[in-house]
Design a protein around this ligand. Structure first.
Ligand code: AMP
Length: 172
């Protein structure tokens, strides 16, 4: 299926730093038809994965995860950057090209036996996605799969997530 989103996502060179081509998904959000099309694909994928909850990765993951959760009547849970969540949390550190980053989840957001589908706008190296999966597992859940709008397939993200089902709607 040809998603309208593919024609709308724009390349912004040298953002946020020289050499990076940023895939800007905001034009998709500004087109209700394109956004709805993306969401309906993501809802179908999440259902196929047998999810019992939907996790959005800060921050653009939230935008896509929230309508999936409400459409399927599933809990929406959040993986956030360190220091944003107010209640008791668990954290997971992961490597970036230079240095490390940390994500955090509320410790009561996953219960043992939960099957979590993890949603983000884009997979690049896969580091953020894998760290989210590790947090879900630390909290006693299982990862039912990953759903991304965009996959940068020239980067090894999918290889990093090889132990999980991965669906991306648009590949570059
Ligand atoms: P990674 O952990 O390398 O897979 O990076 C994934 C996260 O960084 C996602 O939350 C994306 O929103 C963001 N990201 C990484 N690279 C890009 C890019 N080229 N364009 C837009 N967002 C990106």
């Amino acid at each position: 299926m040809d998603l309208q989103a593919k024609t709308l996502i724009r390349d912004v060179p040298d953002f946020p730093k020289p050499g990076i081509i940023f895939k800007d998904i905001t034009p998709v959000l500004q087109s209700p038809e394109a956004f709805r099309q993306v969401e309906s694909e993501m809802i179908a994928t999440t259902q196929q994965f047998g999810a019992t909850s939907v996790l959005g990765i800060e921050s653009r993951g939230f935008i896509f995860a929230a309508p999936i959760a409400t459409a399927l009547n599933l809990p929406l849970i959040l993986a956030r950057k360190l220091g944003k969540l107010p209640y008791k949390t668990m954290i997971q550190e992961y490597s970036l090209e230079y240095g490390t980053a940390t994500i955090e989840m509320h410790e009561d957001s996953v219960n043992p036996g939960d099957k979590v589908v993890i949603v983000d706008d884009l997979i690049a190296t896969g580091g953020t996605a894998l760290a989210s999966a590790q947090l879900v597992e630390k909290l006693g859940g299982t990862v039912a799969g990953f759903c991304f709008l965009v996959e940068l397939s020239f980067l090894p993200g999918r290889e990093l997530l090889r132990n999980y089902p991965v669906k991306s709607l648009i590949k570059y």
